[in-house]
Design a protein around this ligand. Sequence first.
Ligand SMILES: Cc1ncc(C[n+]2csc(CCOP(=O)(O)OP(=O)(O)O)c2C)c(N)n1
Ligand SMILES: [Mg+2]
Length: 652
Amino acid sequence: MTVTEQQMANAIRALAMDAVQAANSGHPGMPMGMADVATVLYSKFLKFDPKAPDWADRDRFVLSAGHGSMFAYATLYLTGYASPTIEDIKNFRQLGSPCAGHPENFLIDGVECTTGPLGQGLAMAVGMAVAERHLNARFGDDLVDHRTWVVAGDGCLMEGINHEAIGLAGHLGLGRLIVFWDDNRITIDGATDLSTSEDIAARYRASGWHVEACDGHDFNDIERAIHASLADDRPSLIACRTLIGKGSPNKEGTKAPHGSPLGADEIVATRAAINWPYPAFEIPADILDAWRATGQAGAEAHASWAKRLASSNHADTFTKTMSGAVDSAWLQPHLESLIAAPQNIATRKASEIALTAATAALPDLLGGSADLTGSNFTRTASTNTLDKNDYSGRYVNYGIREFGMAAAMNGMALHGGIIPYGGTFLIFSDYCRAAIRLSALQETRVAYVMTHDSIGVGEDGPTHQPIEQIMSLRLIPNLDVYRPCDTIETAECWALAIESAHTPSVLALSRQNLPQLRTDISENMSAKGGYRLRSAKADRKVVLIGTGSEVAIAVSVAEQLEEKGIGADVVSMPSWERFDAQSPSYKAEVLPSDALRVSVEAGTTMGWERYVGDGLRIGIDSFGASGPIDALYEHFGLTADKITAQILAKLG
Ligand SMILES: Cc1ncc(C[n+]2csc(CCOP(=O)(O)OP(=O)(O)O)c2C)c(N)n1
Ligand SMILES: [Mg+2]
């Protein structure tokens, strides 16, 4: 007897309900509700090769409704990926199992991105779809010709980021992006009409999307809706009307199966209702075979793609591009030109000239800004506009969509072949913080260009003056936060950000001009995170530690102290993370404990204790104020005179 689509779908339902029951934790409702859609997608449309999860021209599949992680684990197992195994699924949600509570891209090859924070998966998929079109423009249909598919829930569509993401996708005409909306009208608290009356289809249409609706439990209707979406050149939303927990006689369509095991009795009842008499975690051979056969078409497509690659003129470049390898040869000549003609410019401007060199040398760099191009200085002569008329461009006008930009950049980096960077004001890092966190968690190479990094912004006032932002970004694990002090450090930090294949970076850059302090370019000193920029001349009593725009102030303080016979080192510390990674002896040498240690940073002082001990922490622990920059630095005590006075008082 041939295996039916219904049986294939029920295999997903059984794995989901049994794994959640075994873990006594998890979300069976979503995978059970979307099992029929999954079956049609995987067996008839998705281009994938289970033997080659990282094949560059595979379709990307994003489970934006990450709580339904068993959807991902079940489909990957059933279609024959090496991971997860059935043992892994039995260990769903246990420590060490790749079948974690939510899908983690670093645990399973077939998981394209980490999801769970609702809305971000779909927004990352937008970035993947941009990456696909851009690389297609670069390398042609022979090498790059795939789609991006998303399963999203009511929650993903309700989150604010959805507005940013679909606005961008519609504007960029990303017709190869297809989103299945699990339109089950249920969220955790109950029916969606508790909290929303929105006409979602109308909102998507107004954003330039094509919208289809289907019965998410009718295989033919699902297939029809997909065909209609493939035929349309706009991004598509397919509203799949489903029952959450479909198959569970007493719980389907209610909030009960959203995030709780069905319970032993209900599982027995469900097995009977869906005609699934097999023990937990056992998939009958014929049904498993039918699932395993779904990868056949993809394997064949992969084989012919490999042949095209082998005979392509682009083969070497394409392979190198997708490998993410970068060459930092642009840095040294750039540093030499800076030394030859020192400049007193803002680090945002220094960033622009570093980027001019880097983008000319590295075609993988793809920039953008959230409508602050003229302030962030993120655009260079090498980065033409990327839009729906020309995907070969290397500059995305993200519009005022900081969160959407950050998530899209994550998607591009995860897609591969692109090193994305994007700008906004540092103060608005808060608007995209949840995506920066996912950059760090997912180990994506994304560079955040965050200018206007202090009260140095001046007259725009406290809403625009970062105080706690730099310190709070330092709290995020696996995120390199750089605050360079001059042109040289800015270029060095850019090189580090571009080289860091598994770590995102934030470059906090000044609006105001800063002197070029570095004279020695024999080594990338920013790589050490902190280093002695100036050595005490008199007997060393003080070590000043500055970052960014406050390093020049620290140098002035040191000069004043030296005039009084007090020796003072100045340490520039562009990156805490990199400094913390140095050897204990290096750190002790740079920050000797027998001197008064003084931090100077125009922001939160909380945290600097770790470097200054009971020394002095000079900074700002209130909101800023509106006024000219010099008046503000004076008002907040960040002048050489005021800092010197504090140090003298402390020295007694
Ligand atoms: C940003 C964010 N907010 C809240 C949550 C917690 N949460 C997880 S699932 C969920 C409800 C989602 O509803 P829906 O997308 O309709 O999923 P369904 O119940 O249909 O499976 C919520 C609020 C989350 N994961 N992410
Ligand atoms: Mg729902």
